[in-house]
Design a protein around this ligand. Sequence first.
Ligand code: SAM
Length: 283
Amino acid sequence: MTTPDQPIPAIFSIDTPTPARMYDYCLGGKDNFAVDREAVLALNAQFPEGFDAARQNRLFLYRVVRFLARDAGIRQFLDMGSGLPTQANVHQVAQQFQPEARVVYVDNDPIVLAHGRALLADDVTTTVITADITEPQGILADEDVRRLIDFDQPTAALFLSVPHSIPDDERLGGMLSTVVELLAPGSFVALSQFVGVDRAAADEHTEKVAEMGLDWKTRVVEDFAGYVRGLEAVPPGLVDVAEWRPDPTQPPLQPVDEPLRPYLGVGGADNRVKEYGGVLRKP
Ligand SMILES: C[S@@+](CC[C@H](N)C(=O)[O-])C[C@H]1O[C@@H](n2cnc3c(N)ncnc32)[C@H](O)[C@@H]1O
């Protein structure tokens, strides 16, 4: 595990795309390489609706964090698979409604630490660490995490657009239950991931992403039941993230690069894949 005081651990891979950098490209960011941009465009050619779905996820993140901070009074956030800094990062949204909110950002891509040091980690209320979220024990016991998060108090654990990067169902389930077990009653879990309309669409999408060298599993809605056992869904429950408390007045995303513009708004009723998720409460 690497904290903001330690050296950045690895040289960035520029031969293989990474989910953090591909997503950054979809959101109009500049922290991505040619290999990431090519991967996004190749994926868009086969699953054009996935581009809108990824962007809808980021709009969902804003609404989720706003709900948690403003309506549920949550002041501690553990953002697992946080991604690169962009606009409306979790601490910025949370602190708008809870000025004292504390956020720990966790990601396994070293580029997140490199860019996050400047933009995500003030060390007083926020920090960013490099770790594999499928090994949560180390993260939950980490000194820096414990300095910012008191697990005896309600906390929000966010797993947004990351479970599909954990193809092993047992590993994903084990990770979620380890984190949920530690959370105090009244805590929340928010999650989202790519799903297919049916198993064939999910498998085809998985194959396409995996052939780019990424760890990946597009699941189907039914796969979620086991992951959320014992938790209460906050209305409207688990849904297409675009339908989770939509708010046309929320701050928009940044403009995207020219080659991506034809894909804006192509998602529709006949989508084969979408981002699916919601917010759950630990009773
Ligand atoms: C698509 S981005 C989502 C970012 C943000 N959560 C959001 O919803 O806007 C997924 C992030 O999860 C990270 N990730 C994937 N697998 C991970 C793992 N096993 N441990 C930690 N981070 C992981 C990737 O590096 C990437 O930055």
